[in-house]
Every structure is written in structure tokens, then in C-alpha cells.
Design a protein around this ligand. Structure first.
Ligand code: XCC
Ligand code: SF4
Length: 631
């Protein structure tokens, strides 16, 4: 099934690239070619431009050329500083997204656009955080909980609240290492301070700081992003969706929703269902309004509303190339500025909405949360009115698309697991059945496959190859972000895909009624993965690092991914990177990441660009962990 997919998929991609040539449109591949070989210093992380005495480049050959920057910084320090700054930027991105969601919850009201959709989750969180709930209006509770969350970003004392959710053994590791993050913004600021010229000059200390800051992402910003989105927009439940550019519909107004925060996209979904908008679409000659998601926004709206997925990161230009898109609506993160020149070649409107991500040449229609639906309608109206400008002769929509099931929140997974619980023997509503099958060896382990697309690897190829190898070897896969969209496109989130699984996993899938690859959502939803791993560890009275689990980022590219990788390792889970990070210029940093960090956190980094070799390494590491446990 998926082999066939890969070849079909490449065909549609090739057709669109040919169309790009015909239409005189430049794509990322043209720009990648124009870039020629990447800068060798940048690639190794040994270029420093932190101060104006530089830029300083360290010669990669020991004893030859400059071995220190003008200030005396060594390659180790320069590499570690650069990496730490990537972690800070990634943490800032996930967390600033979360901050906005918390603000939205703070303005939620019974008669406003933003409401509380998962009261139970809110009440549970309120009691976790010691907020009084009896005899109180749910919105009053929401506002108090939101304010506490907002204080997590800048509180002067204490460490982050969500860390308490981790297994006791993990908390002890964090305490011993002294890496419990304090306020989120504080950790980010500390890294920026410590990497300023003349501050930290010790690689290990910088990596230590990076882990603490990254934990402020995974167990702070990202977790707030997930939990608060669930409370506001609903906790996802499994639902069918379709993915790939074939979801675009020639007869409808096509709107691409691209970016990250669900607040905008939720309102666009509501606006598109509005009778007034539907009527307007008919009036301009369209059969309706077809929303299609992209990147993490695509994941957010597909798992809560079944909005189809146009594609992942690398397909943003491709979508416009179809000539059938009336508008690309974006908020923040992972948006190519090239969407300006490329949309200019078609009738497509490129609409930015966030003051945090304005792009020269785009149409900026600001999304105001306090009049959210009204703002969203204005944006949708622009798209509809643009339908008449579509040039028929420029339209080519590839037919490929796949169906799949998405929306496996932790709650949804536990509900599925309940299917195999005998209530006379075991409690319902726990992770126990998963722990049991792992212990028994029916499942050898579990991996999270996450992250982006990167032109250094063939599009989606590494994601899919690794996923297939995992499930064939009875390792269940959970996935988020652009990796998750690759999985849907390849048909791997289909329940049918169990025929590609090993016998143990296939049986589990059948009994529990799940696909072998579970779509858990967007990248902030990696916090869901942290939660599941933690729950299994608690159940087995183990630490995360004891479990036969791993994180894999086959095609990562963003700073956010670097933050994720660091918090996953700091959480005790091995992380396999399919793209080499810019750290090879320092033996010390390489040694810490791929070796010494294990003695600290119980997990380490593996760097391997060949997806098949990477998959083998994951499998043998999983077996190693099983052996240590004696299971
Ligand atoms: Fe962006 Fe989140 Fe990467 Fe995809 S996976 S390219 S970060 S959209 Ni997060
Ligand atoms: Fe060069 Fe040091 Fe300035 Fe970096 S901080 S640019 S290594 S002088």
C-alpha cells in the first residue's frame, strides 16, 4: 500500500514541479540549487556571529587555522552556544503560541466566540492547580486557571507546575541534575544572557542549560498549548480524514489554513459554516467552501473537525501551484516567505493574520481575538470573492489523496484500550493494557515519530520508511506534526494498515480497534506523548528511561525541533535524528549529546541519516532496553 503511495506521490509532485517550470514559478528546489553546497562552517556549527568583533570561523582541522574566536571561544563553546540559542528560539515559539491560547481562555465567555468545550478537563486542571471549583461559574474557574498559566511564563519563584505530572523517578533525575525549569520566559532569557559574548564558556554547562530550557517547552509551553487547546476547542476523538493535495476541489472555494495556533483556524472553520458565507460562495459560482489544512494548523483542525489535510510543510508551495487555491491563510511559524512571489503568479491571496508574522507583499488582515468571528469572516469573505479570479487554464489538481483516522488524544487512546479490559479484574480508564502488552512482548515497544520535512531528504521518504519498519517489527508508532501528515498520506493511519504490522501489533490493533500508527496531533502535542510514556512508567513503577521507547525526528528542520529533541532526551527518552544537527564541529558537544548525556538523563541522541540504518538502530536499542528490564 505505502510503496505504491510513494511512487504515486512522487508522480504528482513531479507533475507539479513541471507545472512550476511551465508557469515560470520558482520553488524551494530552484532556490536550493542556487544555494549550491551549504556553508561548511555553518553546517558544523563553528561560525560565531554573536558579537561584532566577529564573525569568527573556527577551522575544522585541529591545529590548523583559527582554533579560537577573537574572544577566545573554542569550537566547543561556539557550537554549544549556537545550539543553546536554537533551543531558546524553539522553546519561545511553542511557548508564545501557548501564551496566546491561555490569553484566549482568559477572555472566553459564555456569550463570546471562545467557549469552554471540555469542562471536565478544565475542572481536573483546576483541582490539580488548587483552584476552587465548587459553586463557581465555569468561566470564573477558567479565568483563574488561565491566569495561573500565564504566570507560568514569568513567575519569580518556583518551578513549572506541569512537571509534577512526571513519574517520581523522573522528577528525582531532574532534581539531581537541577534542571527543573523555572518560569518559561526566564529560561529563554537565561540562555540568551548566558550565550552573550563573554558569558558561559563551557559546553557542558550550555547543554545543561539547554535541557532545562527545553523542559520549559515540553512540560511548560507545549503542554499548556495542548491542554488549553483541548479545554477551549475540545479534546480530540478519533475521526476520519483525508490527506494530500487531491483534497482540493475544483468546484469549491479552496482555502488553505496554514500555521500553528488553533484560535484563528477554529474561527475560520466556524466562519466557513456560517450561512451568510455559504450563500456568498454560491453567489460567486462555487459549490461551497473547502477548507484544507497544512502543517500543524492542519493537524489541529483535522483532529477536532475532520477538516481535510492538503499536505505538510514541503507542500505549501505545491498547493499554490495547483492554481486552485483562493487563499492561503496563515498565522505563525513554518510559513515560507516565498508564498508571496508564488501566489502572485496565480490568483491566490496570501493572507497573514498575526502581528508576530507579517510578511512583506502579503495581504495582512489582522485577526483580533476579541472580535474573532468577525475577523475570521472578513478573511473568509476575501477568499470567496477571489473565486471569480481563478484562471481555469492554470488549474491542475493532482488526484492523489488517502484516508486515515486522526485525533488520538491520551483520553481517546485510553478509551480504546478499555475495549480489552475485563472490568471484573482490572480498572477501566487506565494505560494498563498498553503496559501489559509491552511487558508481554506482544508489542516490542513504542516510538514517537515527529517533525518536519527537510529537502536534505526525499520528501516523506524517511518518515514512511521508518514507520513501516517499526510497525512491521511490532513497535507501535505515535506521530505528530508533519510526520503525522506524511503517515496519513501514506495510508498508515488507516485501520487497514495493520496488514503491514507484525503479528503482535496487528492483533493489538484489531482488539483495540486502532491503526498501527496513531495520529496524536500537532507538534505541541508531543506533550501528549510525554504524558503517555510517563503514565506507562508510573504504572510499571519505572522511570521513562527504562522503557523500550524512543523519539525519532527523521526529517526535522526547525529550531522548535531542536527544543523538542532536547526535552525528549531530558525526559529520559532516546532521540534519533535523521538530519545531522549543526554540532559536528565540536567533539565535546558530540560526545555529550551522543554519549555522556546518558549518564545524566538515562537517554541520549543518535544521529543517522540513512532511514533504514536508523530504524535498525532504534529496534536494537529497544531490545537492549527490554533485556535490561528482563522482559
Ligand atoms: Fe513546522 Fe509544526 Fe516542523 Fe511541520 S513539523 S515543519 S516545525 S509544522 Ni512541527
Ligand atoms: Fe568571535 Fe567571540 Fe564575538 Fe563569537 S563572541 S563573534 S567567537 S569574538
Amino acid at each position: 500500500m505505502s510503496d505504491q503511495f510513494i511512487s504515486i506521490y512522487q508522480t504528482s509532485e513531479e507533475q507539479l514541479l513541471e507545472k512550476a517550470v511551465q508557469d515560470g514559478v520558482e520553488t524551494m528546489w530552484d532556490r536550493k540549487a542556487a544555494m549550491k553546497a551549504p556553508c561548511g562552517f555553518g553546517e558544523k556549527g563553528i561560525c560565531c556571529r554573536i558579537c561584532a568583533m566577529g564573525p569568527c570561523r573556527i577551522s575544522p582541522v585541529a591545529g590548523k587555522g583559527a582554533q579560537r574566536g577573537i574572544c577566545g571561544a573554542t569550537a566547543d563553546v561556539i557550537v554549544a552556544r549556537n545550539l543553546a540559542r536554537m533551543v531558546a528560539a524553539g522553546t519561545a515559539s511553542h511557548s508564545d503560541h501557548a501564551r496566546d491560547i491561555a490569553h484566549v481562555m482568559h477572555m472566553a465567555s459564555r456569550d463570546g466566540n471562545f467557549k469552554i468545550r471540555d469542562e471536565k478537563k478544565l475542572l481536573d486542571l483546576a483541582s490539580e492547580w488548587g483552584v476552587k471549583t465548587e459553586d463557581r461559574d465555569i468561566y470564573e474557574v477558567a479565568h483563574e486557571v488561565a491566569e495561573i498559566a500565564l504566570n507560568e511564563f514569568g513567575k519569580p519563584f518556583g518551578t513549572l507546575r506541569f512537571l509534577e505530572r512526571a513519574p517520581e523517578k523522573r522528577k528525582k533525575v531532574w532534581d539531581d541534575l537541577q534542571i527543573r525549569p523555572r518560569a518559561i520566559d526566564r529560561e529563554i532569557a537565561t540562555i540568551l544572557h548566558s550565550t552573550h559574548i563573554g558569558c558561559t564558556g563551557d559546553a557542558e554547562s550550555l547543554l545543561h542549560m539547554s535541557m532545562r530550557t527545553a523542559l520549559a517547552d515540553g512540560w511548560g509551553g507545549s503542554m499548556i498549548g495542548t491542554v488549553f487547546s483541548d479545554i477551549l476547542y475540545g479534546t480530540p476523538v478519533p475521526r476520519e480524514t483525508e490527506s494530500n493535495l487531491g483534497v482540493l476541489d475544483e468546484k469549491q472555494v479552496n482555502i488553505i489554513l496554514h500555521g500553528h495556533e488553533p484560535s484563528l483556524s477554529e474561527m475560520i472553520v466556524m466562519a466557513s459554516l456560517d450561512p451568510e458565507m455559504q450563500k456568498l460562495a454560491k453567489k460567486v459560482g462555487a459549490e461551497g467552501i473547502n477548507l484544507a489544512g497544512m502543517c500543524c494548523t492542519g493537524n489541529e483542525v483535522t483532529m477536532r473537525h475532520g477538516v481535510k489535510i492538503a499536505g505538510n510543510f514541503y507542500q505549501q508551495e505545491m498547493a499554490v501551484l495547483t492554481g486552485a487555491v483562493e487563499a492561503v491563510i496563515v498565522d505563525v511559524q513554518c510559513i515560507f516567505p516565498s508564498l508571496v512571489p508564488i501566489t502572485e503568479c496565480y490568483h491566490t491571496k496570501f493572507i497573514t493574520t498575526s502581528p508576530k508574522a507579517k510578511i512583506t507583499g502579503a495581504t495582512h488582515i489582522e485577526f483580533h481575538e476579541d472580535r474573532a468571528l468577525e475577523s475570521a469572516k472578513a478573511i473568509v469573505r476575501e477568499a470567496i470573492e477571489n473565486f471569480k479570479n481563478r484562471k481555469k487554464e492554470k488549474v491542475f489538481i493532482p488526484t492523489e489523496k488517502s484516508s486515515g483516522v486522526v485525533g488520538y488524544s491520551v483520553e481517546a487512546i485510553i478509551k480504546q484500550l478499555d475495549k480489552v479490559v475485563n472490568p471484573h479484574i482490572d480498572p477501566m480508564g487506565t494505560i494498563k493494557p498498553l503496559a501489559d502488552v509491552i511487558k508481554a512482548g506482544v508489542l516490542r515497544g513504542a516510538v514517537g515519530i515527529v517533525g518536519c520535512n527537510n529537502p536534505k531528504s526525499k520528501h516523506d521518504y524517511s518518515h514512511i520508511e521508518i514507520m513501516k519498519k517499526m510497525i512491521a517489527n511490532d513497535v507501535i508508532v505515535v506521530t505528530t506534526g508533519c510526520a503525522a501528515q506524511a503517515a496519513v498520506k501514506a495510508g498508515l493511519t488507516n485501520k487497514d494498515a495493520r496488514k503491514l504490522a507484525g503479528q503482535g501489533l496487528a492483533t493489538v490493533c484489531e482488539l483495540v480497534d486502532i491503526p498501527p500508527v496513531l495520529h496524536l496531533g500537532s507538534c505541541v502535542d508531543i506533550s501528549r506523548i510525554m504524558t503517555i510514556v510517563g503514565e506507562v512508567a508510573k504504572h510499571m513503577d519505572l522511570d521513562n528511561s527504562d522503557l523500550p521507547v524512543a523519539g525519532i525526528a527523521p526529517e526535522w528542520m526547525s529550531e522548535k525541533a531542536v527544543a523538542i529533541a532536547n526535552y525528549v532526551v531530558a525526559t529520559g527518552i532516546d532521540t534519533f535524528l535523521g538530519i545531522t544537527p549543526p554540532v559536528t564541529g565540536s567533539e565535546e558537544v558530540m560526545d555529550i549529546m551522543t554519549n555522556r548525556v546518558e549518564a545524566m538523563t538515562g537517554a541520549k541522541f543518535f544521529i543517522e541519516e540513512d532511514p533504514h540504518v536508523l530504524a535498525d538502530k532504534v529496534l536494537s536499542r529497544i531490545e537492549e532496553k527490554r533485556q535490561k528490564l528482563g522482559i
